[in-house]
Structure formats: C-alpha cells, structure tokens
Design a protein around this ligand. Structure first.
Ligand code: ZN
Length: 409
C-alpha cells in the first residue's frame, strides 16, 4: 500500500461521516471487494465509532463473477434464489445505510458474451426492482472508490507506480489532502453546487438545447416543477443529509420521458457491464433512441437500448463544467462514478422520482405519470464537449445561455 495511514484514515472518515453520514443505531451494509479487506476493516471501525448498531459486509471478487459467467449457465445465473430475495426483503425492513466501495477491474468481464450478461442482468433486475423501489429515498448510501492493482493498470498502462497515480487522482477528486480539512472542503463544494441548482430552479426552463461542432444537436423537454439537484440528498425516513457519490460534481434532473429530439454525440467511451462502447452517438425521435452508431461495441449499445421499454428513453440530464477536477485529471477512469463527473452527461433508463415535488412519497407508477422514466437500467454517457453550448428555453420561448464552451455561461 502506497498511501499513508493518516490519509487512508481521513478518507475512511470522510466516506462514513460526510458521505454515508451513519447515524446512531443504524445497520450498515458495506459492499467491498475481498482485495480491500484492510480498508473494509477501517470503514467498519469508523461506522461503529459513528454509532452503527451492526455492520454487515457483502464481500465481492471480480474473478469470482467472471468465472461464474464463464462456466455457469444463463438460467442458473438469472435465478434470484429465495435467500437472496429474503435479504432484499430484510433491507426494506431495516433500511440499512449502504456503503459501496468500487475497485473492480474494468476488464473483468472481457470476452464474456454480452448477450448473456445483459440477459442475466435483465432477469435479475426485474425481480430485484420492486425491493429497490421500496427503499429508494428512505436510506442513506454512498459509493466511493479504492484503487485495485488491475484498475490502476488499466488507467495507466505500463506505469510502474500505477496504483500511486490512481490514488493521487482519487484523493484529488474527493478533496482529501495531507494538511487540508476535507470536511470543510466538502461543505464549500456542496454550497457551490446548491447555489447553481437554486439558480436553475429559479429559471424554470421548459427545455434545454445542446449544440456542439461534433454533431450534437439536441433538445430535451423538462418536467414543469421538477427540481435540479446536486451533491447531497436527504433520507426522507430520518432527515439525515448524505452524499451519494464521492466524488460528485454534477447538477442533475430528470427530463420528461419521451420528449426529446436530435442527436447526442458521446465524448468519452462508456463502460457498460464491464465492456467498452467507444466513439458513439445516439439519435432520438419522439423521445426514444431510434438509432445509434459506435466504432466499438455497437452490438452492446443496441442491447443496452433494448433492455426494456424505458431503456431507450432518458432518465437524467446533468450539468458538469469542464473545469471539474475529474476532467482535469485528464484520463479515463473506466468507472461511471468518476467519468460521469468529468463533464455534462445524460443517462438512458430510470429517472429520479425525488426531483418531483413530494417525489419521495410517490410510487414509481405515480412518478411515471408525471413524466419520470422507468427502467431496470440507468446508464450515463458523456456529451460535454469542450465547445458544448447549452441554452435553457423559458416557457415563453426566450433562450438563456446556461453553458458556453463546456462551462457555466
Ligand atoms: Zn449523473
């Protein structure tokens, strides 16, 4: 391990206290790779110090997942067993605070039949979705990263100190420094994002128009009264403020499902089901993706869009200025957690009902009636070109510059 003990401790504290904001008496569900067992122990201890009642760990290992996909048949992999479902039911009851540590090898699933991967995901996703919907908005969660050897080597091929380089980048994006106070840094950062979100909410735009020289020419309609949000969220069940993604730079909302036209050209590769889709564009008509082209991963992209009815429609639009520390790192992380915080993006699939007034208390079906998209997928793809212009269109038709040349106008 190349990072100092003091920095690691700071990082663990930040994840538990500022990110998840673990409350006294809460059950914590920690999802982490067996390769990061030492860090898991550090996190567990922090959770208990914060007053957790019990910390449960879901160990994962990407080699195990790969072997299962290689050798087990599709039917077996697709089946959600009764004990797995019982666990999901238990989570609906306990509403545990959830901490995810992302560290997987981006190439873990290379060579696995994409058809098999998406079929398994589709079957399992359909069974698990009602349980996920039931806890949505009612628990705190955070996803943060830890650099594994294989992930680091993917980002910095050939570098001897790849893990160090990835550590430096991660700590920079989550504002953890040797002598600085990350908690204070996050307070300021959250405040900035909240100010921008408040400005967007005041404007009450009816739609957004995207233009870039790369071919992006796109308009999307917004849900009247839906909020722009960013940085933090509040657990409707206990009022605790938490930060679901570390890092986070985005301000996002859910547009009206089925109300967008034009073409979005991706500016970064997309990693989906641990496989890469590169140099791609998606064209929408009447709100649905009707065609797509990709220099690499065309079949994968087409499968993604066909996952279910909502997979061809947008669930999210997000604004991220090109000055984002993630973008400044200047390399692809091969993880949505980072790459989606590099620049403006949109997501195909499920939207966020919490952006609606009183959204936390709506069922997904009610939220859908108000325009929120529903799907078993939610896949972000980056459209924030350096020359991207975005106009906000008011209900009376006036255009207001929101982004110019990839950053706040
Ligand atoms: Zn996003």
């Amino acid at each position: 391990m190349s990072i100092s003990k003091a920095l690691l401790q700071k990082y663990a504290e930040l994840i538990v206290r500022t990110g998840a904001n673990v409350q006294k008496g809460q059950v914590v569900q920690l999802a982490v790779s067996v390769e990061q067992h030492a860090f898991a122990a550090l996190l567990m201890e922090e959770c208990y110090k914060a007053g957790a009642k019990k910390v449960n760990v879901d160990w994962s290992y990407d080699v195990q997942s790969r072997l299962n996909y290689l050798w087990a048949d599709q039917e077996t992999l697709s089946t959600v067993l009764p004990w797995e479902e019982a666990k999901l039911k238990q989570a609906v009851e306990d509403l545990p605070c959830r901490i995810f540590i992302a560290s997987e090898d981006p190439d873990a699933m290379n060579g696995i039949d994409p058809q098999k991967l998406s079929a398994v995901m589709q079957r399992r996703g359909t069974v698990m979705k009602p349980y996920r919907d039931a806890i949505e908005g009612k628990h705190q969660w955070v996803i943060a990263a830890y650099p594994s050897e294989k992930w680091a080597r993917k980002c910095f091929p050939g570098a001897e100190n790849a893990v160090d380089l990835l550590w430096d980048a991660i700590l920079k994006t989550v504002r953890v420094t040797e002598d600085g106070d990350p908690v204070e840094a996050w307070r300021k950062h959250t405040e900035f994002i909240e100010q921008k979100a408040a400005w967007l909410n005041e404007q009450g735009f009816a739609s957004l128009r995207y233009r870039s020289a790369n071919g992006t020419d796109f308009t999307v309609e917004l849900i009247p009264g839906a909020k722009w949000e960013g940085a933090g969220a509040i657990n409707a069940n206990n009022g605790a403020f938490y930060i679901p993604n570390m890092p986070t730079e985005e301000i996002f909302t859910s547009p009206i499902a089925g109300k967008c036209e034009g073409t979005l050209v991706a500016v970064k590769p997309l990693s989906w089901n641990s496989q890469l889709i590169e140099d791609f564009a998606i064209t929408f008509e009447h709100g649905r993706a009707v065609s797509c082209r990709a220099a690499k991963g065309q079949e994968l992209l087409e499968q993604m869009i066909r996952m279910d009815k909502g997979a061809a429609m947008l669930g999210e639009v997000a604004l991220v200025p090109k000055e984002s520390p993630v973008n400044q790192c200047g390399f692809l992380f091969y993880k949505t957690l980072f790459d989606e915080n590099a620049c403006c993006h949109c997501a195909l699939g499920m939207g966020f009902k919490e952006v609606l007034p009183d959204g936390d208390n709506l069922t997904m079906a009610q939220a859908q009636q108000q325009g929120i998209n529903d799907s078993i997928i939610h896949v972000d793809f980056m459209v924030g070109a350096d020359d991207l212009d975005i106009d906000g269109i008011r209900p009376d038709g006036t255009a207001v510059p929101v982004f110019r040349n990839g950053t706040w106008a």
